[in-house]
Design a protein around this ligand. Sequence first.
Ligand SMILES: Nc1nc2c(c(=O)[nH]1)N(C=O)[C@@H](CNc1ccc(C(=O)N[C@@H](CCC(=O)O)C(=O)O)cc1)CN2
Ligand SMILES: Nc1nc2c(ncn2[C@@H]2O[C@H](COP(=O)(O)OP(=O)(O)OP(=O)(O)O)[C@@H](O)[C@H]2O)c(=O)[nH]1
Length: 436
Amino acid sequence: MALPSLNEPIAAIATPPGKGAVGIVRLSGVGALEVAAKVWRGKDPRKLEGGRFTYGTIVDARGEVLDEALMLVFRAPHSYTGQDAVELQTHGSPAVLRQVLQALLEAGARLAQPGEFTLRAYLNGRMDLAQAEAVLALVESESDAARRQALRGLARSLSQQIEGMAERLYDLLAHIQAWLDYPEEGVEPAEIQTTVSEVLAEVERLLATAPAGRIAHKGARLALVGAPNAGKSSLLNALLGYERAIVTPIPGTTRDYLEAPLEIAGVPITAVDTAGVRQTDDPVERSGVERALKIAQEADLVLYLVDAAEPPPTPPDLPWERALKVATKADLPPAWEDAEFIRVSSQTGFGLEALRKAIHDKLIGQASEGEIWISNERHTQALYEARQHLLEALTAPQDLAGLSVQAALDALNQILGKDVSEEVIARVFRNFCVGK
Ligand SMILES: Nc1nc2c(c(=O)[nH]1)N(C=O)[C@@H](CNc1ccc(C(=O)N[C@@H](CCC(=O)O)C(=O)O)cc1)CN2
Ligand SMILES: Nc1nc2c(ncn2[C@@H]2O[C@H](COP(=O)(O)OP(=O)(O)OP(=O)(O)O)[C@@H](O)[C@H]2O)c(=O)[nH]1
């Protein structure tokens, strides 16, 4: 798969489809300023300093005015792509944006492919591949946790950590090579063990953040499960802060399931209220129960609710390793007590903060706010590969350990986009939107 040419001017609408206060059309490449000059009535962009706005009108090839606009000129290498670039900031009408784009295409630009501006930034060495992926993650971020992590990637936090590990492996390789050449003055076998173990621990630490990273990026499904009248709908409403689900004293009120979005400590969560689980002959209720148990199996986390004011029911079959046990109606006199249960009252709000914290901790695990979370599947795969080769290096005969160290190094470098195939690059940028 060939990557698109790097230099010809490309153009795209950068703002999302639909009406907006302002819309932006982007242009980048060798000759971008000439293309812009052809559609512009105002100061000549070729004579403008980089980083300045100017006001004027945009015209098409026949001289018809398309809109009044601001033009922002960037001069290579001081632009997002590293090339000469121009932004036309118009009124945010789909008709205006379409015509302006059309005029740029007629003036000599080519329509940009998805992610092609960022691809150019990468190919021009303005960012590494992990940073480019962070741009995509940032554009896609819907939660605060995801935004924060993506911004960290953009600032090269992950890249620097990978570079640090790579550096240590390069040094080790050099020593191993010296030892192969001059066995009498080369590496101590212990040096291989120590360095490889330390880098391995770092790789494993990063891999351990992958579940948290995935959840911060994609969100988690939280199933509320329990017997009829356990207080599932009430707890959902209490967590949401508004009355989403119907609450009645009649057992079996929620017959199907119901989803509602919420955010806990910056993590996007889809809470699913399910039908009460019990033995029943009613076919409608039974399919609700089956569905509830299936939702529990598929959820990232299950809240198993038991009414603390009643004798406890027989627990259903749940994925207990992904479950939190919750005793509800803590405002009533308890019929039983069990320290494994988090006590809450949806009526008074008692225990809700503790529950939120427990949900967050269980979903995010030991990954701490301050560290880098891996949220990208490509990075996860590369780290697994590196881990595999480092484990090999630990057990390989000393004269072969270098091969495994080299393979681990190659895997780490893939994250940065060093020596990756065009295939891999194309796959990364395929997920971008046009104009990014
Ligand atoms: N209008 C607009 N807003 C935007 C962007 C953009 O391209 N255009 N961005 C992009 O997606 C993001 C900002 N990122 C950017 C990063 C670098 C450069 C840039 O031109 N850098 C040059 C010049 C710096 C300077 O003038 O001080 C450089 O680093 O040399 C521009 C935007 C978010 N907001
Ligand atoms: N005192 C008290 N009553 C509660 C509390 N939470 C729920 N209830 C009551 O318990 C009953 C059942 O509550 P729901 O939230 O509908 O229970 P559910 O588990 O969704 O019930 P189903 O839809 O039947 O499965 C209602 O009468 C609620 O008012 C609580 O924290 N304290």
